[in-house]
Design a protein around this ligand. Structure first.
Ligand code: NAD
Ligand code: ZN
Length: 342
């Protein structure tokens, strides 16, 4: 099969022939239809310090996908050839305290698809059946292809109750954009999006942001008066990984508020802990998706009218992977999709 492979240490990815994955007795083999490009894939492609520490080539990259089941292992009863599915990219151990208690997102032995095992930027991908999610007939395949990052958005957006609340989404990359739509769908009063990139601020407005502001031009506090907010934000979704963004958010919270932190900083961030103590804030780290409550919520929110399609801005055939990665890397884009069927 053809796959996008990190062949050795250093920048770049090669489209090349590799053997199709072998199917174990508990595995599902999936013919890939469409994939999404994630920041993680960009890190692996450019071979930054994180990638050099983490990745052991040769490796087929990619973890955001939708496809069709083509073969199942002998223990697999719930999936059959032809089923349209996506995959949870975190393969957990199933045996640790948290896995056994059903808190699989807390597994400390997680292996990442396209990071610690061969991934989905390929004509075929294999996963344990416990990592495969059925879609409903008629689902938009582009949306289905990005259930993994959509799940990051949903996991973060539902970390604190947002009904009636004033919400700040800090960073309008693809995940912040989707979180904006989820927060509106889940009943937030105001969703303020803070994002320096004008193209992404415009997308945020399309996703339902009440107000999209440039943090380099104005303060978060300047939004309060405009929106008739009394005290500050009740809920923040930190989706930029930027130290200044987290510090600004901390200074713009209502007492008792919650900050869900998904963004991954590349450096240590110092915070004024007095703000956390005296304002009685809760900071919560978010990693991955809850298996499979997040996946259930994604499905039913889409079925009840949530629209995340404006977050998808670019489409390429897989042979144009260079152009696809370039589009994802430059800031004027939302989610970039690669099609593996053309
Ligand atoms: P992205 O890099 O496309 O988006 C980040 C956005 O933050 C960019 O649009 C950038 O312009 C914006 N930004 C930069 N400085 C800012 C500032 N001072 N204030 C507000 N916004 C600012 O990333 P993404 O794919 O949307 O992912 C969002 C974040 O979540 C990234 O940090 C990513 O590494 C992280 N992530 C975490 C998990 C997890 O499981 N915890 C999973 C996937 C991604
Ligand atoms: Zn485990």
């Amino acid at each position: 099969m053809l796959a996008l492979v990190k062949t050795g240490p250093g920048p770049g990815l090669d489209l090349r022939e590799v053997p199709s994955p072998t199917v174990g007795i508990n595995d599902v083999l999936i013919g890939v239809h469409k994939t999404g490009i994630c920041g993680t894939d960009l890190h692996i492609e450019s071979w930054d310090p994180w990638a050099a520490r983490t990745i052991h080539p040769p490796l087929v990259v990619g973890h955001e996908f939708v496809g069709e089941v083509t073969e199942v292992g002998s223990n697999v009863a719930d999936f059959a050839p032809g089923d349209l599915v996506s995959g949870e990219g975190h393969v957990v151990c199933g045996r640790c305290r948290h896995c056994l208690a059903g808190r699989r997102h807390l597994c400390a032995n997680t292996i990442g698809l396209g990071v610690g095992r061969d991934g989905a930027f390929a004509e075929y991908v294999v996963l344990p059946m416990t990592n495969v999610w059925h879609h409903w007939p008629g689902v938009d395949e582009e949306v289905a292809a990005i259930f993994d990052p959509f799940g990051n958005a949903v996991h973060t957006a539902l970390a604190f109750p947002v009904l009636g609340e004033d919400v700040l989404v800090s960073g309008a990359g693809p995940i912040g954009l989707m979180a904006t739509a989820v927060a509106r769908h889940a009943g937030a009063r105001n969703v303020v999006v803070s994002e320096p990139n004008a193209y992404r601020r415009e997308l945020a407005t399309q996703m339902g942001a009440t107000l999209a502001i440039d943090p380099l031009e104005r303060t978060l506090q300047s939004a309060f008066e405009e929106l008739d907010m009394v005290e500050g934000f009740d809920v923040v979704m930190e989706m930029s990984g930027n130290p200044a963004a987290l510090r600004s958010a901390l200074g713009a919270m209502a007492h008792g508020g919650g900050i869900a932190i998904l963004g991954i900083p590349t450096e240590e961030i110092s915070l004024d802990v007095n703000q956390i103590v005296f304002n009685q804030l809760t900071l919560r780290g978010i990693y991955g998706r809850e298996m499979y409550e997040t996946w259930y919520k994604m499905t039913v929110m889409l079925q009840s009218g949530l629209d995340i399609t404006p977050a998808i801005t670019h489409r390429f055939g897989f042979r144009d992977h260079g152009a696809a990665f370039a589009a994802a890397r430059q800031g004027d884009s939302g989610k970039v999709i690669m099609d593996w069927t053309t």
